[in-house]
Design a protein around this ligand. Structure first.
Ligand SMILES: Cc1cc2nc3c(=O)[nH]c(=O)nc-3n(C[C@H](O)[C@H](O)[C@H](O)COP(=O)(O)OP(=O)(O)OC[C@H]3O[C@@H](n4cnc5c(N)ncnc54)[C@H](O)[C@@H]3O)c2cc1C
Length: 450
């Protein structure tokens, strides 16, 4: 990638930033390197400064300064995003929200908590022994509340609790002119105008900077049971997952992966397969009769069962370490797509074929959230990465009535293909919404293109 043009940040502005947050929280030069590259290593940017505010008021002051100067800003949380939306690919200033890490006391009567944008999802999940966060993603130790809202993170329990948007009971955020908007009362019923927290969910840092959120928690699952079932085909796997949705009332998760990904994890991460099969379905359920329901569903199929925390973690590792698998083979292209349930088998069965048609030596690993119509397609390319892989996968997905982004967002990775899934009229509306929030026009200008 050619060196991007850095935003013009004169020394006087750097000194004004330092007057707000203190000199130690304005990083420049080599100190910014870790903030400029993404988790996959596929997106490398460059920034004149990383700003690390410690309060909402400091966020407001910094944004007001950037807004006045017309300096573009990329908000960043845990930097686990997978579409290049949180790194400064065009020389923007990085606004790191990691220091907004205050977790309030859990309101056990409402089962809610208020968390700063920089609190990790794991910290929210651990806040109360009887309660849990409904959103569970493998990156939960680093991914933040602000980032998870901005991406509307989905993950491993969407079939039961929905994505991050469904956990939101309120938000505090800062607009690009420094205005603070806050609605954190947590009321379940509150029809008093527009639901801007819902709009910020999935906005990818383009509308406002989230500084805190009021989150609904869920009862911690009682007696969870995890099973890993080996099957012969993706068709059988999808049929069994559909039956689980109908027949296992306590179902929490329905995840899949294949022998190809497991072989890579066995070789590079030492994960010995617990059973051998072409494709694997991981199911988790909790509550009365969960174990019996899962056993009845599995019938005579080969199955590994986990009831203790250690055994369940061992089974989950096969699925949760799949995002790393392609990375052992090279820098992966991560395409996260979804289709209607009736088309899932075609997508999962045909996607490697369309990729090999344009790149015969590409390595393809698929896995994902089968109950949500989702497939994560990870590709280590052999042919030039000139868009042919995206064209092939997205062409198939669109022909099946699907989406080019199931959960990771559009970011930089999918920006060229955004018009495939949103009409001119929709994108014009998005632009008007964006202008209403981001008056200064500085927030993540290259994400969700106008
Ligand atoms: C191993 C692994 C597994 C994953 N599994 C899943 C999964 O199952 N489901 C899923 O949905 N995702 C998954 N992800 C992707 C990622 O973890 C999520 O998108 C997560 O929500 C990003 O949070 P973050 O704090 O790291 O955000 P970042 O990566 O820092 O930022 C992501 C986007 O949000 C914006 N942003 C960040 N903070 C703020 C803020 N405070 N205000 C406004 N905008 C902000 C950024 O500008 C950027 O556009 C996975 C990632 C990894 C590495």
């Amino acid at each position: 990638m050619t060196e991007p043009h850095l935003a013009d940040v004169p020394d006087v502005l750097l000194r004004e930033f330092a007057a707000v947050v203190g000199e130690t929280h304005v990083l420049t030069g080599d100190a910014t390197a870790g903030y400029a590259v993404d988790w996959t290593g596929a997106f490398h940017g460059h920034t004149p400064a990383v700003l690390r505010p410690g309060s909402t008021a400091e966020v407001a002051s910094l944004l007001a300064l950037c807004g006045d100067a017309g300096v573009p800003v990329v908000p960043q949380g845990g930097n686990t995003g997978l579409v290049g939306g949180g790194v400064p690919l065009h020389g923007e200033v990085v606004l790191s929200l990691a220091r907004l890490d205050r977790l309030g006391p859990v309101d056990t009567s409402a089962a809610q908590v208020t968390a700063g944008a920089g609190v990790t999802l794991q910290q929210v999940a651990d806040a109360d022994p009887a309660l849990d966060l409904g959103v569970l993603i493998a990156s939960r130790g680093s991914a933040t509340v602000g980032g998870a809202i901005a991406t509307n993170a989905g993950g491993l329990r969407v079939l039961r609790y929905g994505p991050m948007r469904s956990q939101l009971r309120g938000v505090e955020a800062v607009l690009s002119d420094g205005t603070i908007v806050s609605h954190l009362s947590g009321l379940v019923k509150d029809n008093t105008g527009y639901d801007y927290p819902g709009l910020l969910a999935g906005s990818e840092g383009t509308l406002a900077v989230v500084t805190a959120a009021r989150l609904q928690l869920v009862p911690r699952a009682a007696g969870p049971v995890t099973v890993l079932i080996g099957l012969d085909s993706l068709g059988e796997l999808h049929e069994l997952a559909s039956r689980a949705l109908r027949e296992v009332p306590g179902l929490l998760s329905a995840e899949f992966f294949t022998a190809a990904g497991l072989a890579v994890l066995a070789e590079h991460a030492g994960l010995a397969p617990p059973l051998r099969a072409p494709v694997y379905l991981l199911l988790e359920a909790a509550g009365p009769g969960a174990g019996e329901d899962l056993a009845a569903l599995a019938g005579d199929l080969p199955v590994a069962v986990g009831t203790t925390a250690a055994d369940r973690a061992r089974l989950w590792a096969y699925r949760e370490r799949h995002p790393e698998a392609a990375g052992f083979l090279g820098v992966p292209l991560k395409l996260d797509v979804s289709v209607p349930a009736a088309q899932w088998v075609r997508l999962a069965s045909e996607v490697a074929g369309v990729l090999h048609a344009v790149d015969p030596d590409a390595r393809v690993i698929i896995y994902g959230h089968v109950a949500d119509g989702n497939v994560h397609v990870n590709v280590v390319t052999a042919a030039p990465a000139d868009g042919r892989h995206e064209e092939a996968v997205f062409g198939l997905v669109i022909s099946l009535g699907g989406s080019v982004s199931a959960e990771h967002g559009i970011g930089a990775l999918k920006a060229p293909w955004f018009p495939l899934v949103r009409s001119d009229a929709e994108r014009a509306l998005f632009t008007r919404i964006r202008s209403a929030f981001d008056l200064a026009g500085i927030l993540n200008p290259h994400v969700l293109p106008r």
